[in-house]
Design a protein around this ligand. Structure first.
Ligand code: FAD
Ligand code: SIN
Length: 524
């Protein structure tokens, strides 16, 4: 064990939520932002379509509120949604003042449409690189703040928790475990898409924050609500690259393998129906036509427009030998976002004192059972800022500072050989996709549980000294939490669809909360 580190605020993760929080916390004390890869490697960096905000002349905060509540299918926390939509404009204007360049039409900001939005309200940057622009601005801003230090390629492996109070985290750097003691700790580790074999999420998004929080005794809420994006590239030897929903906002049409446009058969909003409905419609068409994909058709749109409006998507598809202006693109759904996560209030507070969470790792209830497209970059800004306020309030009331030194016991350190690790990881990701995916039932979830549980029992209390094995341990934990929650929700609501309980049956409004009990799991 190398030397201990001390800081006022420890932030784990350098996406939109972590960086926005760092800027605020730095006004009250020293901040350390740790990130397990390059600072930019995050979902934020790859966000395409844009950021939803009620700033256009034709829009109102109240309409953004209504659309968010509707997409959430009855399970949104109304107060959290009000906060998101009403504080959103201020956070975006602040970002513009710090240098964010969103696309314009003439001198006015340009807003586009996405599924389930009743107004054009999505701001975008460089066509389809909105996340990269936000990340660029926040990293620049943080880099000139003296109170903020960054540590990249530094992975948080567990929280330091004693008697329900968090004192920082154990970090792994170059195979050494470092204790980082902090007065307040913020989880901003993003989602868990890598738990699925088909996902739009980058490699680093392995559910670490959720798994660490669970081990520490935090409550996790609504883990069954996983959003599957309808349109990820489906092509042999190509990545599951996202084709933004904004493409349908600009007129792209979904067609089955016979070339038939099908979305109007499923929802009055057609191609712009809520994401969960579009993903299920695609699966139905795939099953009906015995195919592994459908098409996204942009061939009726002007090539120059497509090159300018979607430069990253146009060029990436071209690299994989698909010219989106001339041929229909094979696509199928992929795990994209998790609405559930570490339960927090509207200041990022968890049930563990000193532990805060913001962004995709957290569950404020703002997305309910299904997130409205482009609401999560806004969530990162609004709730990253608020979690910092919560943490500052906590730290400023802090009196004593004690910690536990006995957590790591060398006997628990294990080594997994890479072959075994790959085999388990592939099995987990396949089972999650096939049995806990877009469509679920008691039987499929039971099979998933029976396969994942033995992995969980084998690895849950082991410590590994390599990041990939640690990630696998976290993925197993989060996979199990999603499966158990999906099993417990005997209802179909939002993104959670069960063929054995197809409707909203009694008790559907209830949230599912999952926590650790001794070495097992308790669901309420
Ligand atoms: P992230 O941006 O994912 O950052 C998480 C950070 O935590 C990373 O730095 C990661 O390396 C770090 N980390 C994780 N575990 C550890 C650990 N153990 N130790 C140290 N560091 C760790 N949303 C929109 O609103 N609009 C869009 O257009 C949009 N497009 C998207 C496109 C794609 C391809 C994807 C994948 C997502 C998209 N989303 C979009 C969703 C949105 O990007 C994310 O929900 C949001 O960026 C999450 O931000 P975050 O700060 O919570 O986490
Ligand atoms: C997209 O561009 O389709 C992604 C938007 C989102 O996930 O909010």
């Amino acid at each position: 064990m190398t030397e201990d580190i001390y800081t006022d605020y420890l932030i784990i993760g350098s996406g939109v939520a972590g960086l926005r929080a760092a800027i605020e916390m730095s006004k009250s004390g020293k901040v350390l932002v740790v990130t397990k890869d390059l600072p930019t490697e995050s979902s934020t960096e790859y966000a395409q379509g844009g950021v939803a905000v009620a700033l256009s002349d034709e829009d109102e905060i109240g309409i953004h509120y209504e659309d968010t509540i509707k997409a959430g299918d009855g399970l949104c926390d109304e107060v959290a949604v009000k906060i998101l939509v009403s504080e959103g404009p201020e956070r975006i204007i602040e970002l513009i003042n710090w240098g964010a360049e969103f696309d314009k039409e003439g001198t006015k900001l340009s807003f586009t449409l996405e599924g389930a939005h009743s107004r054009k309200r999505i701001l975008h940057a460089h066509g389809d690189s909105t996340g990269r622009e936000i990340e660029r601005v926040l990293i620049n801003k943080v880099s000139i703040i003296e109170n903020v230090k960054k540590a990249s390629f530094t992975m948080a492996i567990d929280l330091i928790v004693d008697e329900n109070r968090c004192y920082g985290a154990f970090l792994l750097k170059d195979k050494e475990i470092i204790r980082c003691f902090a007065k307040a700790t913020l989880l901003a580790t993003g989602g868990a898409g890598q738990v699925y074999s088909r996902t739009t999420n980058p490699r680093v998004i392995t559910g670490d924050g959720m798994a660490m929080a669970f081990r520490a005794g935090a409550y996790l809420k609504d883990m069954e609500f996983v959003q599957f994006h309808p349109t990820a590239l489906f092509k042999k030897n190509a990545p599951q690259f996202l084709l933004s929903e904004a493409m349908r906002g600009e007129g792209a049409i979904l067609r089955n393998i016979h070339g038939e446009a099908f979305m109007k058969n499923y929802h009055p909003l057609g191609d712009l129906a809520p994401r969960d409905i579009v993903s299920r419609a695609i699966i139905s068409e795939m099953v009906k036509n015995n195919s592994s994909y459908v098409y996204l058709d942009l061939t009726h749109l002007d090539e120059n427009f497509l090159k300018k409006r979607f430069p990253t998507i146009y060029n990436t598809c071209l690299n994989f030998k698909v010219n989106i202006a001339h041929e229909m693109v094979p696509v199928s759904p992929a795990a994209h976002y998790i609405m559930g996560g570490v339960e927090t209030n509207n200041f990022g507070e968890t049930n563990i004192k000193g532990l805060f969470a913001a962004g995709e790792v957290a569950c404020t209830g703002v997305h309910g059972a299904n997130r409205l497209a482009s609401n999560s970059l806004l969530e990162g800004l609004v709730f990253g800022f608020r979690a910092a306020q919560g943490a500052i309030r906590y730290v400023e009331g802090f009196e004593s500072f004690s910690f536990r030194k006995d957590l790591y016991n060398k006997n628990r350190i294990q080594y997994l050989d890479s072959f075994e690790m790959d085999t388990i990881k592939n099995k987990l990701r396949e089972i999650m996709w096939n049995k806990v995916g877009v469509i679920r039932c008691s039987e499929s979830l039971g099979v998933a549980k029976s396969i994942i549980m033995p992995f969980y029992e084998r690895f849950s209390s082991s410590i590994f000294l390599d990041p990939l094995s640690l990630e696998l341990k976290n993925m197993i934990t989060v996979g199990l939490l999603i499966t158990e929650s999906a099993y417990a929700r005997k209802n179909s609501v939002g993104a959670h669809y069960r063929t054995d309980y197809k409707n909203k049956l009694s008790n559907w409004e209830k949230h599912i909360v999952i926590k650790r009990k001794n070495n097992g799991i308790e669901i309420s």
